[in-house]
Design a protein around this ligand. Structure first.
Ligand SMILES: C[S@@+](CC[C@H](N)C(=O)[O-])C[C@H]1O[C@@H](n2cnc3c(N)ncnc32)[C@H](O)[C@@H]1O
Length: 476
């Protein structure tokens, strides 16, 4: 008689969580099936209900914890469990690092096809809390109703106004944060002040549903090394911004003399991004200065910058270490952003050429070269798919000795990978914030000309499932 599987949609199962997989879900086995359970930790025994069944695996939702994990700790934040920010505050930091190492190794083995990949233990963040130099909060008309207020029937706050972070998996709901362990207490105080003002202003949060409302985002950039503090208020358009953001700015500057610059971005589009079509500088220079190691960087409200300044030093030092630069080396820095790594490397080599699609980032990069008295960096604007046409780049600058590659989460486009293979430098240092696309890309490089020599994960995002890594590929 054929066996009937117990893993069916709606079934309640007792599961032993074995480990965390990419994205931070717990993995268990039941009845020959892999079952993924969100919000669980290795070592926990849980009662969970199957919500999805596919060929070979299922997904289940936790109903109760039957046994705690030995590495479980008390979360510090009252919003833990509901906020999309810190998902692992209840997991000992050393255990988080071990889980992240497992995810990098697993990606390289399963996606990249490497056996025993050369992955070093994860380097932890110097600060596991309050490490972010940038927080982007959202306004919303649908406040998430917290467990506690529902249980205690204390629905005192209005339901149609919130400023905070998205609830995990719910892009329509905003958790009205009044505390946070990711940035600084000052950032949280500014958040609470702005919310109180906006609520009293008579204007609603913006909604994409009918493209109405005013308040859209609040961005706080808090330089950890210099104390500079940028506040960026993002709104929709309005006939009288001075009555709204203008008054808010005056009050904020009075209440928080620590603010060194205040800007207003106006986003007239439907896209829910904190980048405006136009920016008004209301106070100060419109930029902040931050340091990584002994390099100084000027950052505007909208430019990309590593969010963990102290972690970035560890990451960039590893880049220098792996690259083993010589003073005659020509280096191509692909996906250069505001030239942060180019500038960090420049003093050790003959020349760096950075390639970047965002022209404003290139302007920042050029300005940052001046700030650091770096004269041997140049930048090429454009999409790498066409700007790194190997023949043209080589004709203009020569054949690079080292490539630094730091793509977005999606990894390298096949056309870029192709060009990299044509350039074929002796060493490639690949930096990635996504072990799965990294594993895919290095497999392609290692199938032809390269050997994966070392991988160093660096934890830039404590309390979250994310991990950054630096790797060295040597040409065979
Ligand atoms: C992860 S960031 C790296 C930034 C920089 N290396 C740093 O450490 O600050 C990726 C960068 O790639 C750029 N980018 C994304 N797609 C690109 C493309 N097709 N061509 C050129 N640059 C691209 C983005 O604008 C972004 O600045």
């Amino acid at each position: 008689m054929a066996e009937i599987s117990l893993v069916k949609k709606g079934a309640q199962l007792e599961l032993e969580i074995e480990r965390l997989v990419f994205g931070g879900r717990g993995l268990a086995h039941h009845d020959g099936f892999v079952v993924f359970v969100d919000g669980t930790l290795p070592g926990q025994k849980v009662s969970a209900r199957v919500v999805k069944k596919r060929k070979g695996y299922a997904e289940a939702r936790v109903e109760s914890i039957l046994r705690r994990s030995a590495r479980q700790v008390e979360p510090q934040c009252v919003h833990f469990g509901e906020c999309g920010g810190c998902r692992f505050q209840h997991y000992a930091y050393e255990a988080q690092l071990a889980a992240k190492l497992g995810q990098v190794v697993e990606s390289l083995e399963h996606i990249g096809g490497f056996s025993n990949p050369p992955v070093l233990p994860v380097l932890g963040s110097p600060e596991p809390f309050y490490y972010r130099n940038k927080m982007e909060y959202s306004f919303g008309r649908q406040r998430w109703l917290c467990r506690e207020e529902i249980e205690n029937d204390q629905l005192a706050k209005p339901k149609d106004f919130a400023l905070g972070l998205h609830v995990r998996g719910r892009f329509d709901k905003i958790l009205d944060l009044d505390t946070c362990y990711l940035q600084s207490q000052l950032s949280v105080d500014i958040l609470n002040f702005v919310r109180d003002f906006a609520k009293e202003s008579g204007e609603h949060p913006y909604t994409t549903v009918d493209h109405t409302g005013y308040w859209r985002h609040l961005v706080v950039r808090d330089a950890k090394q210099t104390g500079d503090l940028l506040v960026n208020v993002v709104t929709a358009d309005h006939k009288d911004h001075d009555l709204l953001v203008g008054v808010l700015a005056k009050k904020l500057l009075q209440a928080f003399p620590q603010i060194t610059t205040l800007v207003h971005n106006i986003n007239r589009r439907k896209a829910q991004v904190a980048i405006g079509d136009s920016e008004r500088i209301i106070y100060g220079p419109g930029t902040i200065t931050e340091k990584i190691g002994d390099c100084t960087y000027q950052i505007s409200a909208n430019s990309f910058f590593q969010t963990n300044s102290l972690g970035a030093k560890i990451l960039y030092d590893k880049v220098l270490d792996f690259a083993g630069f010589g003073e005659n080396d020509l280096v191509f820095d692909l996906y250069a952003g505001a030239g942060t790594i180019s500038i960090y490397a420049a003093r050790r080599v003959r020349q760096v050429v950075g390639f970047e699609i965002v022209t404003d980032a290139i302007k920042d990069a050029q300005m940052n070269c001046g700030l650091n008295e770096v004269t041997n960096c140049s930048f090429v604007a454009g999409d790498l798919k066409s700007s790194l046409v190997a023949k043209e780049a080589v004709a203009a600058y020569g054949t690079p000795d080292v490539l630094l590659i730091d793509p977005p989460r999606a990894g390298m486009h096949p056309d870029v990978l192709n060009q990299v293979q044509i350039l074929a430098p002796g060493r490639i240092v690949y930096i990635s914030c996504n072990p799965t696309t990294f594993a895919r890309d290095v497999q392609i490089l290692c199938d032809t000309k390269y050997e994966l020599a070392q991988v160093q994960p660096v934890d830039m995002f404590p309390m979250t499932p994310h991990i950054e890594l630096v790797s060295l590929l040597n040409r065979c």
